[in-house]
Design a protein around this ligand. Structure first.
Ligand code: GAR
Length: 213
């Protein structure tokens, strides 16, 4: 049996689409067992259905954080999920959730953490006038975007950039970075070396290339 990944989303799901591409087919290192959204209108749910993956809406409205998380846990476990990928999931998970999947919850964030945690990281970076920004894939802990960093991808911010152009450049990097990290995680290729997470024993960083938009 292949390792089973559950993907949590809140929106469009372009990162989900990159994960579906990476984890479909016989040669894939894992399978996506279920996609869950806290928003009924998340387009990512339609992407999951189109790919033949169970798609579940669990509302967080009028529910305590822990009750919502318990529903998430039950649904993920019912689908045999071992690893959880947060692909644009805009909720903070409680310790109850993190204990159910200790060391197996991984998030993608659109900045070079620890810079610009929280909402609209791309706009925060844009407004700060950074020259280089990017994306971070990290283990999730109880803090806001504070978990141990696994890998990062850097992209330039050009003088003529609009926020939309910068956002798109970061997103394209995310689509490379996230499947690469999830494949390494499910294959047991992550380790901690001198306080840093390594993939195959080495630090992993990607850099933007003009021919790979
Ligand atoms: C992505 O940019 C992801 O990094 C970000 O939401 C977007 C989701 O896009 N996540 C966060 O900001 C989490 N703090 P997508 O739905 O097209 O994958």
């Amino acid at each position: 049996m292949k390792p089973c990944i559950g993907v949590l989303i809140s929106g469009s799901g372009t990162n989900l689409a990159a994960l579906i591409d990476a984890f479909s087919g016989d040669d894939a290192k894992a399978a996506i067992g279920v996609v869950i959204s806290n928003r009924a209108d998340a387009y990512g749910l339609q992407r999951a259905v189109a790919a033949g993956i169970p798609a579940v809406h669990i509302s967080n409205a009028k529910k305590s954080r822990v009750d919502f998380d318990r529903e998430l846990i039950a649904t993920l476990q019912a689908h045999g999920v071992e690893w959880v990928a947060l692909a644009g999931f805009m909720r903070i998970l409680s310790p109850v959730f993190l204990e159910a999947f200790t060391g197996r919850v991984i998030n993608i964030h659109p900045s070079l953490l620890p810079s610009f945690p929280g909402l609209d990281a791309q706009e925060q970076a844009f407004k700060a006038g950074v020259k280089i920004t990017g994306a971070t894939v990290h283990f999730v802990d109880a803090g806001l975007d504070t978990g141990r960093i696994i890998a990062q991808g850097a992209v330039p911010r050009f003088e003529a950039d609009t926020i939309e152009a910068l956002r798109a450049r970061i997103l394209a990097m995310e689509h490379e970075l996230f499947p690469m990290v999830m494949a390494a995680a499910v294959s047991g290729r992550l380790s901690v070396e001198a306080g840093c997470v390594a993939i195959d024993g080495a630090a992993q960083a990607l850099a933007w290339q003009p021919d790979k938009p």
